[in-house]
Structure formats: C-alpha cells, structure tokens
Design a protein around this ligand. Sequence first.
Ligand code: MG
Length: 500
Amino acid sequence: MNISVFENPIVKEILAKYRVLWGLSHALSLMSWDSETYMPREGVRDRAIARAELELLRQQLLLRPDFVELVEKAEGIETLNEYERGVIRVLKRAIRIAKSLPPWLIAERAKITQEAMIVWREAKAKNNFNAFKPYLEKIFELARKTSDYLGWEKHPYDALVDLYEEGLRTEDVDRVLGYLRSELKRVIEKVLSEGKYPRTHPLENVKYDVSKMEIVNKRILEILGYPLGVRSRLDVSAHPFTIDMGIYDVRITTRYEGVDFKRTLTAVIHEFGHALYQLQIDPALSYTPVAEGVSLGVHEGQSRFWENIIGRSREFIEYIYPVLREHLDFIAKYTPEDIYYYFNTVKPSLIRVDADEVTYNMHIVLRAELEKLTLTGEVKISELPEYWSNYMEELLGVKPRTHSEGVLQDIHWSMGSIGYFPTYTLGNIVAAMMRKTMINEIKLYEKISIGDFTSIREWQRERIHKYGSVFTPKELLRRTLGSEYKPEDLVEYLVEKYLK
Ligand code: MG
C-alpha cells in the first residue's frame, strides 16, 4: 500500500500532466535497451528516426506553456513538503536547460556527435588522431557555446559539469581532484614499492566456459538479492549497462570475453549496484520526475560500492569462493587468498577502464584538467596528444605509445559528453563515504562475511535509495552521510586496504 506523499493540488495537477512524459521516457528506455541487446543490425535505421521524433515530442511536452506555468506557480508556494519541493526543483531544472539551448545548437550537436562517434571508432582502430581532430574541435566549440547559453559564473566548465551532477562546480572538482592528485601520488608509490599486491595474476590468462560463467553470475546476483525475472533481467551487450523502465523493471547487462573471469563478474556486481538504486526508490514516487537516481556521481557511488568495497573485499571473495569452486574447474588450483589478489592487482596503466582502484582516479585528474584547459582555449586540440602524454607520465609514470592508448581511448568526447568524467571519481568518493558510515553503524565487513546483504541493502534503501531525486546530490550527502563529496574517506579506504 503506497501512501501518497503528494498533497498539494497544484503539484498533483502537475504530476497528472507529467504522466505522459513518464510514459515517453519508459518507451524510450525500452527502445534503447532493445537497441543494445536484441535489435537486428539494420533496425538502427528506423530506431534512430523513431527515437529522435519521440525525444522531440518529449521536449515539446515539457515546454508546453500551461505546464511551465503550473510549475512556476507551484514554485511560489511556501507550504510544499520536501517531496513536492523535489518535484518542482527537478522540473524547473529540466525546463531551464531545455529553454536555454536553442534548437539549432541541439540539432548541430546531434549531427556532429553522430558522425564523430563513427569517425572516432575508426580513428581509434587506426591510431589516426588527425582524422578525429576536426570533429573534436567542433565538439569543444559547441561545448563552449552550450556553456554560454546555460550560463556560468566563475568558469565555463561549471555549466557542463552541472548537467551530469546537479550543483557541482569547477571549484568542487578542483578541490576533490587536487586533493586526490597529491595524496594518491604518495599512496601509489608506496603500494608499488611494498609489492604486496601483484601487478598481474596468472588467472588473467585463464579461459572460462561462457555457459558456466553465466551460472556463476546468476548465482552471485541471487546471493546479492537481485530480483531476477521478477523486477529485473540480466542480458548481454557490447558494453555493460543498467537501464530502468520505472522502478518495477530494471535491467542490467554484462559481456563474456571467454578469458579473465573477474571482468564479467565485476561488471555484473557493478551494474547490480546501479540497478539496486532504482529498485529501492520509494514506490510512492513512481511515475513522477523524482523516481530516478539523483545524479551520475551518486549513482556511480552505488555501483562502485558493490563492485569495489564489497566485491573486491577479502570477506566477499571468501564468501563466494564455494560458488566459484563449484562451477569453474580451474578455481580448485587457487586458494581464496589467491583469488583475492587476482581481484586486486595494482598496476599503473594507460587505459582508464582497465585501471585498478588505487590508480583509477589519476585518469580522471588528467581528463578533467584537459577538459578545462581545452574549453578555455589554453590548450589547442592539436596540442592535446602531447599534453596527454606528458601529464600521464607525471601522474602515473607511464607514457602512451599510440593515440589509441592515449587521447583516443574513451568514447565520451565523441559523444559530446564534456564534464562527465569527474562523476566517476565522485562515485568512488561516495562509495568510500558509505563504507565509512556503514562500518560505524552496521559493522559492514561482518555483514559481508556472513553473507547478510539484506542489512546492507536496507541501509542503502533507508539512507539514499528511497529518496530518488527528492534532494540535490549535495543536500542528500549532507543529510545522510554528514558532508558533501569527501575525498579524505576514499584515501583512508585505500590506505587501510592496500597499506595496512
Ligand atoms: Mg557505472
């Protein structure tokens, strides 16, 4: 039985009008899930057009004068409860963003990024930066314009990071990444010189049987409490992702490369963390604009928490060891301790997506710095590869030999997603903040060692998940974890795990 938390008649009228927008989002999500999983290749022709048309319709419905007027009217009401205020805040923000960007800019960006993604893929495969360069120039130029239209106070990067993490400012990014940059330098050097954690592991080259690994993944999801088949699915896609059609249908994917089994398993646990956030939103918020995770950083915090804090812990590896042993023949040769080190190798490397917990955030330090410098024109696109290379050497002591393992490695810029990278580090920080609080409040590691994941899920539901987007990310963190993004907790976690 859901008790309605929305009482104000104007807010109720807004929510009634909002339902068609919700319905459109539902359909668009399902279409996008299908595109990434089962759609036949040529289906992309029809799908691209259908999606563009529906996106446009969604935009028109959001900006309908009667709807905007109602939202503005509700904003002035002082007696709204916090759920109602959350709805109005989220809608106002969506309307502001939609109104600020002229249609030509949106069309131009759609056109350029569609071409750029294809060119980028080819350029990366052939190590050809010059082919991608004109597109990257155009993309940064459009990003500058986007930022100007949205408006910014201290730095043009402000408006862009805010799109992914509401309320985030360049000064937050600088504070967090500046701290991590200097602290991690020390931690990385020490972890490497102590050599307790290996740089590579023999299991990385061991092949697995895909059908057996599918069983392992499902068994682990069962242990974690994923409602497979009831409110969720596990499918296969080129890149693992989570998508929700609402709070009663949340789906994740993984991939099977046939070798190095931790890659598919950690992807499953990561996406489970994202899915759990959606699954545990208060049902009373269904079909409203606040029935979504609040930001990319807070979302990534949930996935990194399950993937790294839980999934790579000694307690967890020991707990799931019998399952691995039962289904994967080669495990018999290894102890739980061996498996723990296999899950926790530490090695400064060139590729962000393959980076370990200790070195990962340096990759983000580099990208955020280069995005800022490129946006302001202090670094020209033609100078990017050299900057990338030198900075990489400074941060991690490794230098790319090709553009493909340097400036061309990530898809984000080709998609026009500038300002997105910092949310990965915010996720790592939020995960570490939750860990610290959970150690104090529910003895986190004891819970993991006895497989009591219910207590952990319930903690997350009560403190974070159930609120959806009712509060801004910063307010949510202050209320439930005591402070905004706190990089000290991340460093403390890494020191305790890798140096004690
Ligand atoms: Mg993620």
